[in-house]
Design a protein around this ligand. Structure first.
Ligand code: GLY
Length: 388
């Protein structure tokens, strides 16, 4: 963090934090170089903190795998999770503007709206977030989605929902923004263990470097943001993988102006016509890697039911990844029970959507600068809810 050219120094004024917290020169270690880890690293750096990201393999991060939907309403969220997700959605434009300013790269944010199609108007009206959407009959659905399959008779248009090009733009921009603010990276660094000292405080992180060397990094503050792998470091954490397979096609540019969020399959059109098709949900798959014929068939059938003409568009890529899940499908955020170790994991299907609010809440807590309204938003997501 020292000796940076002034153009690369943190732009935001350093926050002081509470008197009991370590001095700001001591680095916060971020365990995990995925979207959530990077987003927190970025916010900490903007608050003047020195930050080191330890990343095992950047390509396995869910942030590179997801479709990038910003869809609290289309996903039919409810309760505290809907409130958290709606707040994140509201803050995303400002968050993206920060990343774009710090990185000089575009993030690919598209507030394009999302259409959820239904087989009947009764199904549509029973959708948990129906009150936030514009109800569509068949004719209006056809106007929104030219060529939509014949079995869809009704829809909801959530014009406030959208997407961001996480895989090709956001992740790179965020990495670049972190580097520009002086965040250090160790790629290929596998965290092996978290060491506690006296009084239940974090003492050190043990890791294996990309060169195979074992290291012990003494530290007083760290954030566990290891996604689906989080329980490998803290086995008591109720976080498990939910495998998803995806594919992409090259559609004609402007073939689809909105995201379509169907049951079991969604289509996310990028600005250049790339169509991202997701995603399977395979709770039994554990960490089993690779594509399966059944998973790919499910996507193909879902695609053709939603948009029959897409069957003729050329395939581009196929991939898979692991969502980090918790038993109630909400994230695990905040203190861990080890003083100085913070949790930011378990974002299930909503990691891209929740990255903005997660970064702000967790960085605010670490720096002791969180506003009361943000602390209230964080409160439902502690580990304690699974420990009673
Ligand atoms: N956010 C959609 C999914 O996880 O498939």
């Amino acid at each position: 963090c020292n000796g940076l050219p002034s153009s690369l120094k943190p732009r935001a004024p350093a926050m002081t934090g509470s008197p009991n917290r370590p001095k700001n020169r001591e680095p916060v270690l971020i365990l995990g170089g995925g979207l959530i880890g990077l987003a927190i690293a970025h916010q900490l750096a903007r608050r003047g903190r020195c930050v080191q990201v330890l990343s095992r393999r950047r390509s396995e991060a869910a942030g590179f795998v997801a479709a990038g939907m910003l869809a609290p309403h289309a996903e039919g969220l409810s309760g505290n999770l809907l409130a958290l997700a709606q707040t994140s959605l509201e803050r995303i434009p400002a968050w993206v503007a920060q990343i774009e300013a710090d990185s000089a790269l575009a993030c690919g944010l598209r507030p394009c709206g999302i259409v959820v199609p239904f087989r009947s108007s009764a199904e549509r009206d029973a959708y948990p977030t129906a009150a936030w959407g514009e109800p569509l009959g068949r004719a209006a659905l056809e106007r929104e989605i030219a060529g939509i399959g014949p079995s869809w008779r009704a829809g909801l248009l959530f014009s406030q929902d959208g997407q961001i090009d996480n895989r090709r733009q956001l992740m790179r921009a965020l990495e670049r923004a972190c580097v520009a603010l002086g965040v250090g990276f160790q790629e290929g660094a596998e965290v092996l263990a978290i060491e506690c000292g006296g009084g239940g405080a974090l003492a050190a992180i043990r890791l294996r470097t990309a060169a195979g060397e074992q290291q012990r990094l003494p530290c007083a503050e760290a954030v566990l943001a290891c996604g689906a792998w989080s329980a490998q470091l803290l086995p008591q954490l109720p976080v498990f993988p939910l495998k998803g397979q995806m594919l992409s096609l090259q559609a004609p540019r402007q073939a689809l102006k909105r995201v379509i969020f169907g049951p079991g399959t969604y289509l996310v059109p990028r600005a250049d016509g790339l169509l991202v098709v997701g995603a399977t949900s395979e709770p039994e798959a554990g960490f089993s890697e690779g594509l399966t014929p059944a998973g790919q068939r499910q996507l193909q059938e879902g695609l053709e039911a939603l948009l029959p003409e897409a069957a003729g568009w050329p395939p581009m890529e196929r991939w898979w990844g692991f969502r980090p899940c918790t038993p109630d499908q909400g994230p695990l955020l905040g203190e861990s029970g080890i003083r100085g170790l913070w949790l930011a994991t378990g974002h299930h299907r909503n990691g891209v959507l929740l990255a903005a609010i997660t970064a702000e809440l967790v960085a605010g807590e670490i720096c002791g600068s969180a506003k009361a309204e943000d602390r209230a938003l964080l409160e439902p997501w502690g580990w304690g809810r699974f420990q009673s």
